[in-house]
Design a protein around this ligand. Structure first.
Ligand code: FMN
Length: 199
């Protein structure tokens, strides 16, 4: 079967891309509205764009769920934190993937604790074992559909918090971290099945 991406609609493209390129880590994005309301939302179209300098990207799909609070907040404040989602945080994270009005504090929805960041005026999820503090570099919109095309948030990582409980010496111990990966919708996968070079 061969599919040409310019011949199928966005929903089918999303299906095919997200089940081809998986599992993806989940960026649990913590941002603040200009009124100071904290917002938490999961984004798995997320990756490392560059290591030197440390730059990450998050794709906000503008066709699904209206204008997302995360994008509005980051455009307003230029900063945000990403908390990584381990297995124990799955049930807290899942409800924050549902649309909710901008005045709702999603830390309360999730039942997790906001903790002040060190290098940016924002909060991060205290229960997460790894958090990245990020500053907006730019937002790229590819495509000619104006507001219909997705917005790619590109940001510098200014600091990384690593909980002592997941460290073995100076290294993050992947087994202790137990991050989950996203496939599509409510389908997730564990990362504990680590393979050597021969499988
Ligand atoms: C695990 C997971 C991953 C998601 N990844 C994305 C993504 O990469 N891009 C996106 O636009 N929406 C994604 N969503 C949907 C958003 O989280 C959802 O639209 C959310 O309501 C946005 O919240 P906000 O308006 O507070 O930013 C994902 C949802 C889940 C549950």
């Amino acid at each position: 079967m061969l599919i040409k991406t310019n011949e199928i609609n966005s929903m089918m493209l999303f299906q095919h891309l997200s089940t081809s390129i998986m599992p993806r880590p989940i960026a649990w994005v913590s941002s603040m509205s200009s009124e100071g309301v904290p917002n938490l939302a999961p984004y798995s179209l997320f990756g490392i764009l560059s290591v030197t300098p440390a730059v990450i990207s998050i794709c906000v799909m503008n066709q699904m769920g209206g204008k997302k609070d995360t994008l509005v907040n980051i455009l307003d404040t230029k900063v945000f934190a990403i908390s990584m989602v381990s297995r124990e945080l799955l049930t807290s994270m899942a409800p924050t993937g549902m649309p909710s009005p901008p005045y709702v504090n999603e830390y309360e929805t999730a039942g997790v604790t906001p903790e002040e960041c060190d290098t940016i005026p924002c909060v991060r999820c205290a229960e997460s074992k790894i958090s990245l503090e990020c500053r907006l570099r730019e937002v790229q919109n590819f495509g000619d559909d104006g507001d219909e095309s997705d917005s790619v948030i590109i940001a510098d990582v200014l600091a990384i918090h690593m909980d002592d409980s997941i460290m073995t010496g100076q290294q993050i111990d992947i087994a202790k971290l137990d991050n989950i990966g996203h496939i599509i919708q409510h389908m997730y996968i564990g990362t504990s099945d680590i393979l050597g070079p021969m499988g």
